[in-house]
Write a protein that binds this ligand. Structure first.
Ligand code: PLP
Ligand code: LYS
Length: 432
């Protein structure tokens, strides 16, 4: 079921007209569907919970920790928190947001290669589920921080399984030369070191090999290796009670073959690493949020270069609002908000107003013919969209709206130009 669809000639999000929202709030504008967020979470969590092989020895369900980096809007988090979802976080800011959304500390995982001492202390005091330690220097600092608080830090060691995968080189994390995690050999040594430290509690291992993964083969290979390392740690007399398998499952962006569905993934996991006597954690981000959001934008004008004949659809959204095309040459389907009935098409470069050639959403895309004032929707923009936005060129952050059935609410307003100015202060010596 698709919660962004045409009805009576216009695209709707659930029961709310996107045209009405854009007219009322202005563009660019992000719109999220509660129903899609909820469905994605429930389907993914349900498939994993349904696998008896993925229950922990104590009968616990796998922990589904939403990768907040994909969308950390408070209302989005709250929607997921109410379903029992946990959070995979990468900064104190994200941990604070997760707690604010009502996510219990024991459902919060803290990943990342550069956690500061202050962030570690915050996480320990909050009582989170685990810190995913990515290197020896980090382990040593965590020990000191925990000792200074007279605490024992619950941790897993992130292993880089040497299998890279993902939709783009910049989002592949599992290769031997990527900054994430340590080799299995080093992890085993670190685990033993941690086990002999009274302020550290090594509870398991973690991996995450990349994002926008559309083929399960590399994941399966990585998971199989993770299993062998669990067994190896145990063979060395170390106790292993947790296995964190990361996120990374891809979503259809409409230009690629559809990635495997959650049931196929869950079966693969059960088959590859099931019944290991551990509690499992999964960290999906994109899978839950990407197709739960669109970014709306209005055509400013159409400009045809006389020399090359290139047609530019100049829109009021830019790379600062949706960075993925500029950063990863990512494809986002672009649809007119008013349903097009005729078959008149044109070939456009869709560009924003930012002063960079890279501010190009797509080149030579065949779209229905559009004109100034028309609204378009960038599909699949709910993950790594608004959250990666910035104010380059002094452009205010695009606002965000959450829809539920026929209700909608602005969950992050567009800052005013006055507010943007007031956030910065002039030193006294520049005041006159
Ligand atoms: C450690 C970790 N977990 C989870 C994720 C979420 O990935 P995705 O949004 O691809 O599911 C990422 C990002 O790739 C990550 O680095
Ligand atoms: N920001 C990336 C994904 C990053 C994954 C984080 N580990 C994207 O838009 O595809």
């Amino acid at each position: 079921m698709n919660h962004f669809d045409y009805k009576d000639g216009d695209m709707f999000c659930e029961q709310v007209s996107l045209k009405d929202l854009a007219d009322h709030i202005g563009t660019p504008l992000y719109v999220y569907s509660s129903a899609t967020l909820e469905r994605h979470y429930k389907v993914f969590a349900g498939e994993l919970i349904d696998q008896p092989e993925l229950q922990s020895p104590k009968g616990e369900d796998p922990l589904i920790a939403f990768a907040m980096k994909s969308n950390s809007n408070r209302a989005v988090l709250r929607t997921l928190a109410r379903l029992g979802c946990g959070a995979d976080t990468v900064s104190e800011g994200e941990i604070r947001r997760a707690l604010d959304a009502g996510i219990a500390p024991e459902k919060i995982v803290f990943s990342g290669v550069g956690k500061t001492d202050a962030e570690m202390a915050f996480a320990l005091k909050a009582g989170i589920y685990q810190l995913n330690v990515e290197s020896r220097p980090e382990l040593l600092r965590l020990s000191k921080v925990a000792a200074s608080l007279n605490m024992v830090a619950p941790l897993v060691i992130r292993i880089n399984p040497g299998v890279g995968a993902g939709g783009h080189a910049k989002i592949t994390t599992g290769g031997a030369k990527d900054k994430f995690g340590v080799s299995a050999q080093e992890a085993i040594a670190l685990y033993a070191e941690a086990a002999s430290d009274p302020n550290l509690a090594p509870l398991g291992i973690a991996c995450h090999i990349g994002s926008q993964i559309s083929d399960l083969t590399p994941m399966q290979a990585a998971f199989a290796r993770m299993k062998s390392w669990v067994l190896e740690l145990r063979a060395q007399g170390l106790s292993v009670e947790r296995l964190d398998l990361g996120g990374g499952l891809g979503v259809p962006y409409f230009n690629q073959p559809a990635p495997p569905s959650p049931d196929v993934f869950a079966e693969m996991v059960a088959l590859t690493v099931g019944n290991l006597g551990v509690r499992y954690t999964f960290e999906p981000g994109r899978l839950i949020a990407a197709n739960a959001g669109v970014m709306l934008s209005r055509v400013i004008h159409v400009h045809e270069r006389k020399d090359s004949g290139q047609q530019f659809l100049v829109v009021d959204a830019a790379m600062n609002d949706l960075m993925r095309p500029a950063l990863y040459d990512a494809f986002h389907d672009i649809r007119p908000v008013a349903q097009v009935t005729g078959d008149k098409t044109a070939v456009y470069d869709v560009v924003g107003p930012v002063c960079e050639t890279g501010d190009t959403f797509t080149r030579d895309r065949t779209l229905p013919e559009l004109k100034a004032g028309d609204l378009i929707a960038f599909m699949s923009a709910g993950a790594y969209g608004a959250v990666m936005g910035g104010e380059y060129n002094s452009r205010p952050l695009a606002p965000e709206v959450l829809v539920r059935d026929e209700k909608w609410a602005i969950v992050r307003p567009r800052p005013s130009y006055e507010d943007m100015l007031k956030r910065e202060t002039l030193p006294e010596w520049l005041a006159d």
